[in-house]
Structures are given as structure tokens and as C-alpha cells.
Design a protein around this ligand. Sequence first.
Ligand SMILES: [Zn+2]
Length: 86
Amino acid sequence: MDLGGMVLRALLLKDQLHTKPCKRCGLHYDDRELKCPHCSELGPDALQAMLKGKELEREGNIPMGRVFLLVGIVLAAFVLVGVLAL
Ligand SMILES: [Zn+2]
């Protein structure tokens, strides 16, 4: 077993137990904080700009995942061809 990975996972889980989603911006933050550190300092315009940026970030990640999937399929095909050629 990977002890480091388990510790990291336990820490992440512990972290999640103490977070709540912000009603204003939707980001998670520590529930011991009185106000959201992500958006409490932002005005309505800045909040919109920040959320727009997050949205673009998410959209940008989707094609990246597809690229990795495609690379995985191509690699698997190469391995298969290599095995069949033997
Ligand atoms: Zn917030």
C-alpha cells in the first residue's frame, strides 16, 4: 500500500469535511471562516469576472481530457499492433 497516498487522501477528506460551498460564488471554503475568502472582497462586477474565468477554465479542461483519452487509445492501438506483429 502507498502510505503517502493514503495520508494525502485522508488529509483531503478531512479538508472536505470542513468546507462548505459559498452561496454567492459556488466555491468551497472553510466552514470556520465567517465569510467566503473567494468572493467576500469582490464587488458584483469583479465576482462576475471571476466566475467567468472559472467557467472558461473548466471549459478549457474538457478538450484536454479528450486529448489524453485519444492519446491513450492510440497508445493502446500501437501496443495491440505490436503484440499482433510478434
Ligand atoms: Zn464566495
